[in-house]
Write a protein that binds this ligand. Structure first.
Ligand SMILES: *Cc1c(COP(=O)(O)O)cnc(C)c1O
Length: 361
């Protein structure tokens, strides 16, 4: 067996320890004589799995009791509709467009109400986070929407926008559990788990309970997308993505063991620094993002020559560094260095880049 350094943006690297544990439990989960894949979601064993997963997530993020945690399915993309359906009581919301995922959410919201773009960084191919300290937020907006970490472009909100008292809704798919967060600043935090937390197929919504107390804003919201029904049923309204939630639960325990979100942040900052420091002194490679807005998770870079970029990606792959090609919409390279990427992975990548730079000077 050999494992590569996997820089995929998602689905992405998971902690090896978690994968080994899941493998050990594959045929017989804790004496039940069956795999978690084979057991009823109403069984006692599964009930413990999903309850512990929720509790561990609450502990890690310090989620107050007046927030619900729900496990859903359908991709973060389904929540682009789920957010307006549940929250657009006045039929209006403000969107900050910092990349393709924010734009898709904005476009989807337009089907259900009036989505107003209040800021955008499209003018410079989303290479920065716009100033959001004094935006023109409509008086009757139900919420202000952000994509907190822009997976494709490699930017991250370092300061949350001034929402002028409106609820903040954040897609955190690619920065979930990468550092501590103050949940009380948000009305809704949500994300797909396949970037930093688990296998694709699971989405997590953390929502302040009063926002869903009367059910969804739009009466025709499908039952499956009704956050109140899902919360009232402890995410077991129907069969949830059982195996995926089980793996997420293992990742939560792994993060706890590693020291929680403060420790994750230190680990992620250390890794990102290795890569950004290299990019800042390199004569061949350069980062594409405004330095103040750099993501700890997704690091895009280019040589400035598309053929050389392709050569780099190819040679890197041969050397065991996988999935470094940039997103199809932007080209160049991107190294995603999520929680589970060990520091050695980044150090070795940088060594390889230095060698490539000398060889192609
Ligand atoms: C990957 C990603 C999505 C889309 O996730 P799906 O689960 O494929 O729908 C949405 N938002 C962000 C920030 C992402 O990184």
């Amino acid at each position: 067996m050999s494992r590569v350094y996997n820089f995929s943006a998602g689905p992405a690297v998971l902690p090896e320890e978690v994968l080994r544990e899941a493998a050990d439990e594959m045929l017989d989960y804790k004496g039940t004589g069956m795999s978690v894949m084979e057991m009823s979601h109403r069984s006692k064993a599964y009930d413990t799995i999903i309850k512990e997963a929720e509790q561990d997530l609450r502990d890690l993020m310090n989620i107050p009791d007046n927030y619900k945690v729900i496990f859903l399915q359908g991709g973060a993309s389904l929540l682009f509709a789920g957010v307006p359906m549940n929250l657009m009581k006045n039929g209006k919301a403000a969107y900050i467009i910092t990349g393709q995922w924010a734009k898709k959410a904005y476009q989807e919201a337009q089907k259900y109400g009036e989505a107003v773009a209040v800021a955008s960084s499209a003018d410079k191919t989303f290479s920065y986070i716009p100033d959001c300290s004094d935006l023109d937020i409509p008086e009757d907006a139900d919420y202000v929407y952000i994509c907190e970490n822009n997976t494709i472009y490699g930017t991250k909100f370092k300061t949350l926008p001034n929402t002028k008292g409106k609820e903040l809704v954040a897609d955190v798919s690619s920065c979930f559990l990468s550092e501590p967060v103050d949940v009380t600043k948000y009305g809704v935090i949500y994300g797909g788990v396949q970037k930093n937390v688990g296998p694709s197929g699971v989405q997590i919504v953390i929502v302040r309970e009063d926002l869903i107390a009367n059910g969804p804003a739009l009466a025709y919201t499908p039952t499956m997308m009704d956050w109140k029904i899902q919360a009232d049923n402890d995410s077991l309204y129907n069969t949830p993505p059982c195996y995926g939630i089980y793996v997420c639960g293992k990742v939560f325990k792994w993060i706890k063991k590693m020291g929680g979100l403060e420790a994750m942040k230190a680990h992620n900052e250390k890794k990102a620094k290795v890569l950004y420091d290299f990019l800042d002194q390199s004569k061949l490679f350069k980062g594409t993002v405004n330095p103040d807005d750099r993501s700890l998770m997704n690091v895009p870079f280019v040589t400035g020559d598309a053929d050389l970029d392709a050569k780099f990606v190819k040679e890197a792959k041969e050397a065991g560094f996988e999935n470094l090609k940039g997103h199809r919409s932007v080209g160049g390279m991107r190294a995603s260095i999520y929680n589970a990427m060990p520091i050695e992975g980044v150090e070795k990548l940088v060594e390889f880049m230095a060698k490539f730079e000398v060889e192609n000077a």
